[in-house]
Write a protein that binds this ligand. Structure first.
Ligand SMILES: Cc1ncc(COP(=O)(O)O)c(C=O)c1O
Length: 375
């Protein structure tokens, strides 16, 4: 412990009760723990392994000196461009520092200490982090056959009087999806005073049937999207919400005005303008997804259907075995991740990567499986 001088107030009792944590172990921390040895393939974080549009790179280069200026705290150009893209009004679009940032705001808007939030057991850990950080109480609903269970989730929301029902669709960590029709049925069946927070981080990779029609007249449905995945801008931290204008106005009460920085806004705008590049990235990611499916099958694993930029693979044994597979891949310098919740933990999760990364995975997986089987 470093010696300390001066006197500060204690953290509030609630803050003092929180763990200081990052909700997952970052790849950089894993690398530091390995004495800095780099990974040969970074296929664990579901980032895009394909670069952003050359137009984005050009826009960022020519705006580099603008980093001295604040960005537009109303994100007007970006909100207008998004509104035009979706055929809605700028007041029905909110922009934030990634979906992660927006999720924190959503909790702050709707959840008081002790309020319930329903979410699938083992789903996106950052949501759990924000629930804890805002004093909410998570109500976990198990997946059914590796898929979000819409009826059970609505039933849990009814039973517990939850303020929020959170679903990532397509889903992380399992990669599957429920249909737009199921989402619509959920919003119609929600109890009063409950909002469906639909995290669509992977929407661009999904079949059309997974996405309900956009309806910003509903006040109990909030859709969150991001430039982190298909647009290849995870490091720029830009996400957005499409919602009823009253909900968007809620964000204006609490958001971090310069949270999406000037260069992030410039990058996102340029990315939106290059539809051909977006389509090429989606095609490359889908091809890599198919390759992962093939590799998994070739080595006796069961790939789960995926509408994302990753494939979750059932290793066919228990969580301890899947963990060994992950460790043996890491020992061979491949970074992947795995679901942690009991029942899902029999799987590993591999991001769609560049062809060289897919080839490396294909070459390394059989050795890792053999070593994992030895125990
Ligand atoms: C379901 C889900 N939501 C949100 C995110 C993060 O999105 P962002 O980078 O926009 O914060 C991820 C990233 O892995 C994710 O899987």
């Amino acid at each position: 412990m470093t010696e300390s001088a001066g006197s500060r107030p204690p953290f509030t009792p609630f803050m003092a009760s929180l763990p200081a944590e990052v909700p997952f172990v970052p790849m950089e921390a894993i690398q530091r723990a390995r004495g800095g040895r780099p990974f040969r393939a970074r296929i664990g974080a579901n980032e895009s392994r394909f670069p952003p549009s050359p137009k984005v790179v050009e826009a960022l280069k020519s705006a580099a000196e603008e980093a001295r200026l604040y960005g537009d705290p109303e994100f007007w150009d970006l909100r207008s461009a998004l509104a035009a893209r979706f055929g809605i009004q700028p007041r029905q679009v909110s922009v934030g520092e990634g979906i992660d940032g927006l999720l924190g705001h959503v909790l702050r808007l709707f959840v008081d200490h002790g309020d319930r939030v329903v979410l699938p057991q083992g789903s996106y850990p950052t949501m759990g982090y924000h629930i804890r950080g805002h004093g909410g109480e998570a109500v976990h609903v198990p997946y059914r056959q590796d898929r979000v269970d819409p009826e059970a989730m609505v039933a849990a929301a009814r039973k517990t009087g939850a303020k929020i029902l959170y679903v990532a669709n397509p889903d992380n960590p399992m990669g599957g999806w429920i249909t737009g029709a199921e989402i619509q049925a959920m919003t119609e069946a929600l109890p009063p005073n409950c909002v469906l927070v639909l995290d669509e981080a992977y929407a661009e990779f999904a079949p059309p049937e997974a996405l309900p029609p956009l309806d910003v007249s509903r006040t109990n449905l909030l859709r969150l999207r991001t430039f982190s995945k298909a647009y290849g801008l995870a490091g720029a931290r830009v996400g957005y919400a499409l919602a009823h204008e009253a909900v968007c106005a809620g964000f204006d009460r609490i958001r971090n005005h310069f949270g999406v920085n000037r260069l992030g806004q410039i990058a996102a705008l340029a990315a939106l303008e290059d539809e051909a590049h977006l389509q090429a990235t989606i095609a490359a990611s889908v091809a890599a997804r198919e390759e992962l499916t093939r590799i998994a099958r070739a080595h006796g694993l069961t790939p789960l259907p995926s509408a994302t930029n990753f494939v979750t693979m059932d290793c066919g044994r228990d969580g301890a075995f899947a963990k060994r597979v992950l460790e043996e891949l890491a020992a061979r310098d491949l970074f992947i991740r795995k679901p942690g919740a009991p029942g899902l933990d029999r799987c590993i999760r591999v991001s769609a990567g560049r062809p060289d990364e897919m080839a490396l995975f294909a070459e390394t997986l059989p050795e890792a499986l053999k070593a994992a089987a030895r125990g």
